[in-house]
Design a protein around this ligand. Structure first.
Ligand code: ATP
Ligand code: MG
Length: 236
């Protein structure tokens, strides 16, 4: 796409429950993310980070507002459209890795490609390339239980990249890792933004991640912090 934002979030509200006890997890959230950039989403526990990432990735729907990814209004998609989006356009990396325990590292990375029509030989090539990219070529045959936490998270990142997503969403990808391992996973994420031309939105508590990001978006009590002029269009 040519220069515009890859992600455009406008006026997003998300409430849980109704009446006086309703939780307003997101309140009038608007921001853009420019293509090919890495944005860190920062905020205290309960501030709305996971809720926002779920809404952006089409795992959850906002009560109001729109999320447009690469020109597609995610909030207007039906279930079929959403599954297509998850297969090709948007990929998730979860804090708890989410790998399939009985599959090897290589099989986990290749799993999303089995859902597409990528021929077996091409799939193997892509898997080998991705394992190389995350520094795990030597560990292709090991299962998640035979890998360290940092290695498992690197497999999860490789898997997220398998179908060449436009947008990579990662919810505290280093939350389960010690500082040093977390740093190497973050440096890897930074690297794949460059090498794969992917756009990344990453929630984190980690100052190093913020330093590696092109931009930091702060969320507090469901609202994006900072003056409106900075929120919308600042990264474009
Ligand atoms: N399914 C749900 N039902 C009711 N309330 C919810 C639900 N999901 C989230 N919330 C509430 O919405 C608010 C935002 O939660 P969210 O998980 O987005 O926070 P977070 O910033 O990701 O926190 P953490 O850093 O602890 O992961 C919290 O008050 C939470 O209790
Ligand atoms: Mg969270």
């Amino acid at each position: 796409m040519s220069g515009g934002p890859l992600l455009r979030v406008r006026g997003v509200h998300r409430r849980f429950g109704t009446g006086p006890t309703a939780v307003h997890a997101l309140r009038d959230v608007s921001f853009d993310v420019a293509a090919g950039t890495m944005v860190a989403l920062v905020g205290r526990s309960g501030s709305g980070k996971t809720t926002l990432l779920n809404v952006v990735g089409g795992l959850d729907r906002p009560d109001e507002g729109t999320v447009v990814i690469d020109g597609t209004d995610v909030t207007a998609l039906d279930e079929d459209g959403l599954s297509r989006l998850r297969r090709a356009g948007v990929a998730y990396v979860f804090q708890t890795f989410g790998l399939i325990p009985v599959l090897s590292a290589a099989e986990n990375v290749g799993a999303p490609l089995r859902l597409t029509r990528v021929p077996a030989r091409e799939r193997e090539r892509r898997v080998a390339l991705l394992l190389e990219l995350v520094g795990l070529a030597e560990h292709a045959r090991q299962r998640p239980g035979e890998l360290s936490g940092g290695q498992q998270q690197r497999v999860a990142i490789a898997r997220a990249l398998a179908a060449s997503p436009r947008l990579l969403i990662a919810d505290e990808p280093t939350g389960q890792l010690d500082h040093e391992t977390g740093m190497s996973v973050m440096a890897l994420l930074r690297g794949v933004v460059e090498s794969e031309g992917v756009t990344a939105l990453v929630s984190t508590h980690d100052a190093v991640m913020m330093a590696l990001a092109d931009r930091v978006i702060r969320i507090s009590d469901g609202r994006i912090e900072g003056p409106a002029g900075e929120r919308v269009g600042a990264a474009c």
